[in-house]
Design a binder for this molecule. Sequence first.
Ligand SMILES: [Mn+2]
Length: 333
Amino acid sequence: MNSSSSFEKTIAILKKYNRFTIGCHVHPDGDSIGSLLAMGLSLEKSGKLVDMILPEGEPLLFNFLPGINKTKSVSTLQPEVVISLDCAERSRLHIPPEVFTSKPLLVNIDHHISNTGFGEVNLVISDAAAAGQIVYQLLDLGGFPLDSSIAMAIYTAISTDTGFFRFSNTTGETLSLASKLVDEYGISPSLIAERVYEEKSFESICLLAEVLSTLQVSKDNRFSWMVLSQEMLEKYPVEQEETENFVNYASSIRGIEVGLFFKEIKPGEIKVSWRSKATVDVSRLASHFGGGGHARAAGCSITGSLYEVIDEVLSFVQDYFLQNNNDLKDILA
Ligand SMILES: [Mn+2]
């Protein structure tokens, strides 16, 4: 199905039905939160009944966004439609199971290349910089309300998923949309960048210092890694989203192609974040461990002790580089 017919189908559903429950993934990031608020506030403004679901509560980093106080941890609505935002798989959608007792239609709106197409309607555009960009197009094409609160949510979605317009998914289209949100709705890029990107808690900086002290580089100088153990987290308890960008320090080293960050979520459960610069599709490497994501940024969760998991992943990455040595040399030449 091409994307214009997916847009039409989705618009028809948004117009036809009245009760919507909207959700996004576990540990929601700026794109998830921004997409959720933009979609929810616009539908609400057009007279629909809407539940915006964040089971983990309002995230500290995004609590300045207008409408965030309208989000709930449970849905009391018997929805006709559930909208999944920014989730590559059905299992990522963080919505209490009882929401589905009313047998709602599932609409899947996403930009992950690994999206499994789990919805009855799938609006998946893998070259969109953010799910929020697709939400904007949808609202715009369908003639749904837009205002400064909705524009702020969309700006937050696209700015965070592009690393504030630095990553390779930043296109002319992304910048035009950002410019439009600023010009037409008076969004302040500096305010959003300050709240989301510049401000850190004292504890998160102390934790970063500990994590940076674990930084190591492989012998062949192609990949690097850092570790965050439970012990460190107990010393400096910070919100999940405050460690989200730590991985970038590993991949920022000159000459390094892949950066890895191992986080012990709890004993026996390790989250691995993957970043790459130009040649390695880390979503494929992460999928070896049951994860996924994008070519330049991916993640997976592995069961096992912290140091077992580190050994396993590092030897896998080492093998990958050995096997792909010649291909990479060709590309880099
Ligand atoms: Mn996203």
